[in-house]
Design a protein around this ligand. Structure first.
Ligand SMILES: [Zn+2]
Length: 85
């Protein structure tokens, strides 16, 4: 059985950006986009190397990169509010 849980990712401004299935423990560095369970930003379908912004405060959330053949958002740690696991 796969272990992990759904976590909520918020912007510093408090906007709920997405819900994500996080496997294992540790700090969240990248989010694989196919693993988002809810996406309030429109990350699904975002182009590689694009920089999605918070719909509320317009800060950059990170950059879209390909990781093992899947699109992922490399998080801008300064924009994402601390995540407790
Ligand atoms: Zn924001």
């Amino acid at each position: 059985m796969r272990t992990g849980k759904i976590i909520e990712i918020h912007c510093q401004c408090g906007f709920l950006l997405f819900r994500y299935f996080k496997a294992g423990k540790g700090r969240l560095i990248k989010c694989l986009i196919p693993r988002l369970s809810e996406d309030f930003v429109g990350l699904k379908g975002a182009a590689t190397a694009s920089k999605p912004r918070c719909p509320s405060c317009d800060k950059e959330l990170g950059i879209i990169q390909m990781v093992h053949g899947e699109p992922a958002l490399k998080l801008n740690q300064g924009t994402i509010r601390g995540i407790r696991i």
